[in-house]
Design a protein around this ligand. Structure first.
Ligand SMILES: Nc1nc2c(ncn2[C@@H]2O[C@H](COP(=O)(O)OP(=O)(O)OP(=O)(O)O)[C@@H](O)[C@H]2O)c(=O)[nH]1
Ligand SMILES: [Mg+2]
Length: 482
């Protein structure tokens, strides 16, 4: 990545043809460079945060387009540098020629994420906030947008800064003690130190634990649709996606491969995964499909176990596989399908009797849970007809509830970035070592060392401590113009 001494330019609107395209120019020479191709009031003379109508000229000095130039003087701009945004008509030709003209006048084409990187370098915001810019651009549901906005606003950073201050206080207490070690004074009682460290650990742990929800919301809550062949899994997928995405037929073993797609339900993005039906088979390709079903089962957050109401005796065939392969913290919803042609009572009785957890959800929802608790797993049972669209609204509402997205209040800080999560886990490991050290009454300098390490891991999130490699890696994931 180049230094910040030069002036960069790029089209910041989406690639392709549009009503308007905006070229962003940022750097020390931004205003002078734009003036070279600007026909209108000299931009060097206008006030910051003002917009001006004029013309831009191409490399050869010919009028290219009528345009609006908006000027932001340093440091009150996104990058913290002098910035000009030129809005032109969004033809591919005009966009290309405008960038050529800007480069001929002394700017250089920006690298991916370079505008945001400059904003970070000039202290406009920290690294976690810079990463939120990419998330805001990528967010495609209300829930993921809300999380990105909160991170960009600095809620996460404020939490980290609070932790940083508490850790520094702990380290300084210990170091002060070490300075006076000959005099054998204790500046902080070990009990006090331990309780402060435990508080920090709890906050770090809460943040790390929020990642599972945050990641699911950001990338789409994964919902695997599994069950016996012919139960109606693909019919349900199509129903949920409002699209004929998968082939439906009454031939057992129709779906061979995993089919997935995302859709927004009530502001939450879900990733629905239709899978090959579970049954014993000698067919090699079908067996491969079933092994893919197992993979998806183990990573899904929510499992929709589809049961054919007209064949309740099949419940036992798939139950054991599903129970044994699901992730510990995923939820299973037993979905009794084809309720338009069969009574669900027998299927329900079997599920409640054998496969439900002793969880309150079932008890309340289903009245008595005969024999509940024999095999934990199913938390909800719903009755639907995927084909006739009966019970779908209730199923969707349940999915939204299970996603956890609605339990997040505006003040909750949720981690959505894998890099942040990894740093939090490392921070939690080092604070654990520090707490262990306090418990074992080891020398203060070892404890201080572990606390400093915790500080280090937390600082990599906001970018107070960082390396060029980390920065290059983060910003290369942005697009050019951002
Ligand atoms: N009456 C009725 N038929 C349904 C319903 N849902 C699905 N079907 C029928 O059941 C048959 C199987 O449906 P699919 O959606 O292909 O079943 P699947 O579970 O994906 O089957 P495989 O891909 O073979 O595992 C089709 O003939 C559907 O039309 C329903 O709610 N009611
Ligand atoms: Mg299918």
């Amino acid at each position: 990545m180049n230094t910040n001494n030069d002036t960069i330019c790029a089209i910041s609107t989406a690639p392709g043809i549009g009503g308007i395209a905006v070229a962003r120019v940022s750097g020390r020479e931004a205003i002078d460079i734009c003036d070279k191709l600007w026909e209108g009031k000299a931009l060097a003379d206008v006030a910051s945060h003002t917009a001006h109508l004029g013309y831009v000229r191409d490399e050869n000095g010919e009028r290219l387009d009528q345009a609006v130039a908006t000027l932001f003087r340093a440091p009150r701009s996104f990058t913290g540098e002098d910035t000009v945004e030129i809005s032109v008509h969004g033809s591919a030709y005009i966009q290309r020629e405008l960038i050529h003209a800007l480069c001929a006048a002394g700017a250089r084409l920006a690298e991916a994420g370079e505008f945001t990187r400059r904003a970070f370098s000039s202290g406009r915001f920290d690294l976690a906030q810079a990463e939120a810019v990419a998330d805001i651009i990528a967010a495609d549901s209300r829930a993921s947008h809300r999380l990105a906005v909160s991170q960009m606003r600095g809620d996460f950073s404020a939490k980290l800064n609070g932790l940083h201050d508490s850790l520094l206080e702990l380290v300084s207490l210990l170091e002060l003690e070490l300075d006076f070690s000959e005099e054998d004074v204790e500046f902080a009682s070990r009990a006090k130190l331990r309780s402060l460290a435990a508080d920090i650990r709890q906050t770090v742990d809460r943040l790390a634990s929020s990642f599972r929800t945050g990641d699911a919301i950001k990338r789409g809550v994964s919902v695997a649709i599994v069950g016996e062949t012919n139960a109606g899994k693909s019919t349900l997928l199509n129903r949920l996606l409002h699209d004929d995405r998968a082939i439906v037929s009454d031939v057992h073993g129709t779906t061979r491969d995993v089919i997935e797609d995302t859709i927004d339900i009530d502001g939450v993005c879900f990733r629905f995964i239709d899978t090959a039906g579970l049954r014993k088979t000698d067919d090699t390709v079908e067996a491969m499909g079933i092994s893919r079903t197992f993979q998806r089962l183990s990573t899904a957050r929510i499992i929709l176990w589809i049961i054919d109401a007209s064949r309740p005796e099949t419940i036992d065939n798939t139950a054991a596989e599903i129970m044994s392969r699901k992730a510990d913290d995923s939820r299973i919803v037993a979905v009794i399908n084809k309720c338009d042609i069969a009574d669900a009572a027998e299927a329900r009785r079997r599920i409640v009797g054998i496969y439900s957890g002793s969880g309150a959800d079932l008890g309340v929802r289903m009245g008595a849970g005969e024999g509940a608790g024999m095999c934990t797993g199913v938390s909800h049972v719903v009755e639907i007809s995927a084909d006739k669209a009966i019970g779908i609204d209730a199923l969707e509402a349940l999915l939204v509830q299970l996603s956890g997205a609605k339990d997040i209040s505006a003040s909750d800080v949720i981690v959505t970035n894998a890099r942040h999560y990894n740093s939090l886990i490392s921070a939690r490991d080092s604070i654990d070592r520090a707490i262990d050290g306090i418990d074992r009454a080891i020398s203060g300098d070892f404890i201080a060392q572990d606390l400093r390490e915790t500080l280090h891991h937390l600082s990599t999130i906001t970018g107070t401590i960082t390396t060029t490699d980390i920065l290059a890696n983060i910003f290369s994931k942005f697009c050019i113009g951002k």
